[in-house]
Every structure is written in C-alpha cells, then in structure tokens.
Design a protein around this ligand. Structure first.
Ligand SMILES: C[S@@+](CC[C@H](N)C(=O)[O-])C[C@H]1O[C@@H](n2cnc3c(N)ncnc32)[C@H](O)[C@@H]1O
Length: 333
C-alpha cells in the first residue's frame, strides 16, 4: 500500500512524521524522500531488528538533508503518549501518523531482515518453535498459550480473534494433543488440529474460505492473543488522533476485520458520527472506555469513507496484501 499511503499524505505539509510501526522503514523512507519539508521523523517499533534495518534506509532516502532529525524509539504504540513525551517538552504534534498493522516482511518471510520466520513461528508454512512474540523480550509466547490455557480460553481466542467457525473442534483437538505431549512447533500444531479435515487446501471446504488455508485463522488468533494486539490498537487510536497537529492526517492499514472495525469506529467517533453502541466490540477491561476517550464532539474529517484496498498488481505480487485496508482521517484545522 505504498502508493496509497503516499497519496494519503500528499496534500499535507509533513514537517513532523510519526511512524508507529516502523518495520523495515519502507513507508518512512519513501515519505521522507517525497516530503522535503520533513524536519522530524519519529519511528516506533517494538521489534529491535526493525531499527537496525530501517535506519540506514531512511538515511539513504534523506541523503543530503542533514536537517532531517530522525528519532527511532523502541516501544509499543500503545504507549504513544509517553513515547512522544521523551522526544521533546512539550511533546511534538505530528502532521502525519501511520500505523501499518500486521506482521512485517521480516517477521513473516525473513527476506529483508534475514530472520527466518521459522525462528519466531509466525508462519504455519514453515517448521519452527511456536513463539510469535513481536517483542522478543515479552513474557508470553504462543507455546505457553497453547499448552497452559484452558480449552474454553483457547476456544474463545480461536473464535473471537481467528473468526474460526470450527473453534470448538480446534480447541478440543489442541487439548487432546497436548495431553499426550506438549505442542512446541508450528507443524505439530498444524497436525494436531487436523487441518485437512477442516477443509485445508481444498478451497471452499467446511471451515475454509476460498483461497485461505484454515491454519491461517488459528495462527492469527494466537498471534493476536500473544501480542494483545486488539487492546493495544484500541488504546493507541484515541492517543494518535489526540496527538495529531491541526490539519494532520492519521492513516491506518489493517489486515483483518477485527482491526478494521476498531479503526472504522474510532474514525467515525472522531468525525462526530457515532455508530450504534451495539456495533462496538471492544477488548479492554472497561467496555466503552475506548469510545469515551474519543470526544463525542467532531475533531476530524474522514478522508476515506470506504477503506482503500490494494491494487490488483499489488495483491498479485504479494498475496499477504490481499486483506489490507487503508483508512485515513484528517484532524480539523
Ligand atoms: C507491517 S510492519 C510495518 C512495515 C513498515 N510500514 C515498512 O514499510 O517497512 C508492522 C511493524 O509493526 C511492529 N509492531 C507490531 N505491533 C506493534 C506495537 N504494538 N507497537 C509497536 N510496533 C509494533 C512490528 O514489529 C512490525 O515491525
């Protein structure tokens, strides 16, 4: 979604840019070169490998512009407010903020970072330990979830985070398998839940959507649970909107419907167009705190009424992009 992100920020004077999910610095470096007015580039990522890869890329893109100050911050975008406070006093107000959710190429394919996916267990396609922590120092791993959480808890995450219709079957099979021996690797998990019997590889089989391997949903559920992704997003969205400078834009790329729903509702709320309460699914302990954080008064305009989808060329070149959705909001001037 590079072209689409460049277009989203094109009309903005991007003096201060904040990338909440720096990754390999692809978007950040392209934006730095497309916006010669940029004087401060702030990049957050909780994966330490991101910074070492992104930094030289950004430096190269901004070649010959010594005035561009770059601050790469290791941390969680959930802590956006305190992280910005470490940059300056008062904290900077970015003119553009990007959140590119999901797994980066370095976590998913290993191609850019030379970290093999197998080491982190993000992909069911490759054998590897079931880790899935985006922050390698975090305490909870997928292995712990699989081997210690109750069948009910497993069922809940596979249903709610994986949107797996056969969540009961999958949770049962995980528990039956771990009673014999602990589940420690990606292939053990794939085998344990018997994906071929769930319609895996057969396109539209029961429990399998067209073109989606059924294992995708259980792996997605585990990744979301291990990294507590939805709650973090829920906490970060109001703070990102509040941090924006007047006229600044927030662009969010999500990769599944649960994230997109949170983004959509936060944006509608900020644009003074509340949606019916029964449509809200929230993940924090306090059900509506997320929405209350967003002032009911209008503070922003929707730039995208419907999400922007990747081009056919992009999905052909990168199948992982097929579920991407971009939403953009502009703070009132
Ligand atoms: C899809 S990648 C970003 C790719 C980046 N836009 C690029 O062009 O190279 C997502 C990144 O967000 C990071 N990430 C995920 N959750 C995070 C969080 N809660 N806080 C900070 N970074 C996070 C991941 O470690 C990963 O590097």
């Amino acid at each position: 979604m590079l072209r689409e992100v460049l277009d989203a920020f094109q009309p903005v004077s991007l003096n201060v840019y904040l990338d909440c999910t720096l990754g390999a610095g692809g978007h950040a470096s392209e934006l730095a070169s497309a916006h010669p007015e940029m004087h401060t580039l702030l990049g957050i990522d909780l994966d330490p490998t991101a910074h070492s890869i992104a930094e030289p890329r950004i430096r190269a893109a901004a070649g010959g512009r010594p005035e561009l100050a770059t601050r790469l911050l290791r941390g969680n975008y959930r802590d956006l407010r305190p992280l910005l406070a470490t940059v300056s006093n008062p904290p900077p107000h970015p003119n553009g903020i990007l959140m590119d959710l999901g797994v980066s190429s370095m976590q998913a394919s290993g191609s850019e970072a030379r970290i093999d996916t197998a080491e982190r267990g993000f992909s069911f396609m490759r054998e590897g330990p079931l880790d899935m922590r985006m922050d390698p120092t975090a305490a909870l791993s997928a292995e712990e979830v699989l081997n210690t959480w109750s069948e009910a808890e497993l069922g809940r995450i596979i249903r709610d985070y994986g949107e797996e219709k056969l969540w009961k079957v999958v949770a049962r099979r995980i528990v039956q398998t771990r009673e014999v021996e602990p589940i420690r690797t990606t292939q053990q998990l794939v085998k344990a839940v018997g994906y071929t019997q769930l319609g895996g590889g057969k396109g539209k089989g029961k429990g399998g959507g067209k073109g989606v391997h059924p294992a995708t949903r259980t792996f997605q559920a585990l990744r979301i649970a291990v990294n507590d992704e939805l709650r973090k997003l829920e906490q970060a969205l109001p703070d990102a909107i509040a941090a924006l400078a007047p006229g600044g834009r927030l662009a969010v790329i999500s990769f599944h419907s649960l994230e997109d729903r949170l983004v959509k509702h936060a944006f509608l709320r900020a644009a003074g167009r509340p949606t019916p309460e029964d449509e809200h699914r929230t993940y924090g302990p306090d059900k509506f705190a997320f929405l209350e954080e967003l002032d009911a008064a209008k503070v922003a305009d929707l730039v995208t009424r419907k999400p922007v989808l990747p081009s056919d060329a992009e999905t052909a070149a990168n199948p992982r992009a097929r579920s991407a959705k971009l939403r953009v909001l502009q703070k009132l001037g």
